[in-house]
Design a binder for this molecule. Sequence first.
Ligand SMILES: *Cc1c(COP(=O)(O)O)cnc(C)c1O
Length: 725
Amino acid sequence: MNKPLSTAELNEIVTGLKKLSRNLWWSWNQEAQDFFHELSPRGWQNMFHNAVAVLHEVSDQELRARLQDTAFAGRTRNVLQEFNAYLNEQKTWAHTHAPQLQKNPVAYFSAEFGWHESLPISAGGLGILAGDHCKSASDLGLGFVGVGLFYREGYFQQAIDSNNWQTEYYNPVDPHNVPIEPLLDADGDRLVCQVEIGMNAVAFQVWRVNVGRISVYLLDTNLPENEQHFRDLTTRVYGGDSTTRIMQEMLLGIGGVRLLRRLGLEPSTFHMNEGHAAFLTLELIREKIAAGKKAAEAYAETKQECLFTTHTPVEAGHDRFTPELLNYAFQRFLPQLTIPFEDVLNLGRVHPGDSHEPFCMTVLALKFSRAANAVSELHGQVSRHMWQALYPGKTVDQVPIGHITNGIHLLGWMKGSVRQFWRKKLTESDATQETQFFRDKFGSDWSSAINHADFWQKMTDPQFVSDEELWALRYQLRRELIEFARRRLLLQSQRVTQGDFIRFDHLLNPDALTIGFARRFATYKRAPLIFQQFDNIVKLVRDKQRPVQFIFAGKAHPRDDDGKRFIQQIIHLSKHSELAGHLVFLENYDIHVARQMVSGCDIWLNNPRRPLEASGTSGMKASCHGCMDFSILDGWWREGYNGENGFAIGPDAHPDNVEEQDRVDSANLYRTLTEQVVPMFYNRDANGIPREWIKRMRHAMSTLVSQFTTDRMVKEYAHKYYLLK
Ligand SMILES: *Cc1c(COP(=O)(O)O)cnc(C)c1O
């Protein structure tokens, strides 16, 4: 018989749970998620796996009653202990390698952050990367603080209408019901700061997001003291026109610096994640001039404080503003800067004095960074070409833009069932020599072990994990994805009244080679490329012995009709062509859908128009689940692919002509698919196991997983840029 918990013990657990729910640490801890799931299975599933919402949904009375189940209370205590141990850990990586950042942290500015599906304030890959950067900064114990915007309506939710056309709707994010908390001042009141925008002083409040050990501050202008159009400034991610955009960026850059000062922070580095944050340089200059420094001196010092990461070679990804707009938006801020307007304009121009050249945020960021980087090796080359004109007298190779290849936060992306699978491998009671080796090396620190190359190197060893175990895992994950997709499609079809509903068990085949494609539907990513060989693809999917099937998902930007036409085309094929039942489109792509897809698919397809995919990260999420990449040699895959750890589409080169490129890539895609991918997947031994396929999977795991993490990436930022002073 176990003793009932005392009121004091219960109070302690309840308080601990409230704190835990408002720390996104739970989003990469399996046992913590299991707790919230167990507490309210349907609530967890239906409310975007939101720990805060689950705790609100379950009454205090119920929670206390449930905790009288001593086994449940014991598991809960273990989770809280682990959480507190994480928060209080002293011997972190940064403790040894970057202690000076504790006092003067890195301030990381980003217009979007994607941590978890319950807080949908990210439009795509850029935000996901920023979110993963924070999680790894936390794991490493880095002195680090994030700054972003709180978008009350977030990024749009996607629905498909009866014409297969994407429509957008917005779910207001209730700040009290998501894992954030208001930032208060010393008196316990809302902390409020101001930025001069246009002719106004715009007030903003702040929400703190606890990401493990670090804080990210989200600025929010929705305050009664602001005029309505300023209250609406932070409504949507990249919402509105260029006036909204420039004002959002003033808030982020200028407001962000003011907030950090208000909190008494003296960051050693201001890291601009993409050009959106570049106005922070003007505030740093203003501060110095206000302190009595000359403009030239203020410029030079500001440049020493800043770091810039560029994320895309696509033109539309570089914000440009007209002089008139800049003049209007800065009319009250400029006099404080005391620099003539023409001089300010020239800070954002490649050719100072060219009155036809608009003001470009990327140029401003490059001019005021002590270092700048692209996000893959090829993107580095492309960026040096792109911005060569900014550095007269330098050859392309001398243009000071380096690169750090992106990564993902491994535990954050790993599907729950796979986390359990690998953890069991590490801690199995009948310890083999191998597991003993890891125990000796990492003790109980599972997070370090799972990020370490030594762990993934073991994947080539059938003693550590057998072909049979890996194949069973692949089957389990494919089954989980297909059931997820069927459930989603059932819900989707209930909204559309066309009678084109396909019977549940006729949709998708749990034995078939499953190819996934999901990302933003930007046209350069060429989602429908594979269907250029339509008749051939029909043959593949209808092959009874060796069937292939496709799962697609992704959102087009609300103003991108070409992207929406791609979606329409794919959904049309999925309903009204010979591909029906073998091709599906899942609505409303988000982090949760992404996690299901990268784990359940056998093949992750990526066919961007090279070299426009600066890095790409979704393919990195695949390999720890045994899903293999099948991609153009662009971005990260050009570095990851070694001939035997996945599949490449075409060579490490591309034609200059776009039509020619589409034609060649589509032919190469189809050839590799039919000559390599499909035969290898279906080449089974007497036990039905595809030995050659699994060998390739093992190579993928051993060479890719630990290489393309934000653990590696943030360490690289620290060594190369953050600590360089
Ligand atoms: C990973 C991810 C992305 C980025 O995918 P890419 O292939 O790099 O374009 C975008 N959106 C979501 C929801 C993701 O999880």
